[in-house]
Design a protein around this ligand. Structure first.
Ligand code: C5P
Length: 219
């Protein structure tokens, strides 16, 4: 029987890497909800809309198509039909996404879309509010974290592989700032669901973290 797995936690905790492995092993689809918030943020920047205006942000999203498509090299993200998989990872988008994600007008539409994408199938969904808002009835909820130092170190290594060289110190500041905004916003702040299991991955390898979750999924 297929189940729904909600994977939440702060920035750069390894959620997407682990979610991808778990989904593949179980033959489920993987949905990266952060990529969806990044996509609408990219469009807002490109169109020069006021990121602080919930009204403008909501209107923009209502007129936008976001599609996720699995591929060999991971999930592809399409914005109004164009592949933006790389563009949504830019520093510019990363610095602005928490502001866009704080608008109720944006979250309402995103949550609805995410529920439709997950409906009636085996899914591993990662984000900030999956266990609390998007899939409150998910059979398995995991809240993953690691120390901010370790998360910055992982992001640093990941960037290096992509040819990006951001100082470790800057990464740590950016991650901490994003976590603060995501935890302090009024609408669906980053929280561990009451029935979620806490997984500290500071000293866990990717493989070990994934097999921990697979073990829980098979219980
Ligand atoms: O997961 P990722 O770090 O790519 O998410 C980017 C941003 O999108 C987060 O910092 C947060 O502001 C927002 N987000 C959210 N709710 C989700 C997923 C992401 O608010 N479910």
């Amino acid at each position: 029987k297929s189940i729904q797995i909600a994977l939440d936690g702060p920035a750069a905790a390894g959620k997407s890497t682990i979610a991808k492995i778990v989904a593949e092993k179980l033959g489920y689809i993987y949905i990266d909800t952060g990529a969806m918030y990044r996509a609408i943020t990219l469009k807002a920047i490109r169109e020069g809309i006021n990121l602080e205006s919930g009204e403008e942000a909501g209107r923009l999203l209502a007129d936008t198509r976001i599609d996720l498509q699995p591929s060999q090299d991971g999930q592809l993200v399409f914005l109004d039909g164009k592949n933006v998989t790389e563009d949504i990872r830019s520093q510019n988008v990363t610095n602005s996404v928490s502001m866009m994600a704080a608008h109720e007008s944006v979250r309402k539409q995103m949550v609805k879309l995410q529920q439709i994408l997950a409906s009636g199938r085996g899914v591993v969904m990662d984000g900030r509010d999956i266990g609390t808002q998007v899939l409150p009835n998910a059979e398995l909820k995991v809240f993953m974290s690691a120390t901010v130092e370790e998360r910055a170190r992982r992001r640093f290594e990941e960037n290096k592989k992509r040819g990006i060289d951001t100082p470790l110190d800057d990464l740590q500041k950016e991650i901490a700032a994003r976590d603060k905004m995501d935890s302090e916003r009024e609408v669906s702040p980053l929280r561990q669901a009451q029935d979620a299991l806490y997984l500290d991955t500071t000293n866990l390898s990717i493989v070990d973290a994934a097999s921990e979750i697979l073990k829980l999924a098979e219980e």
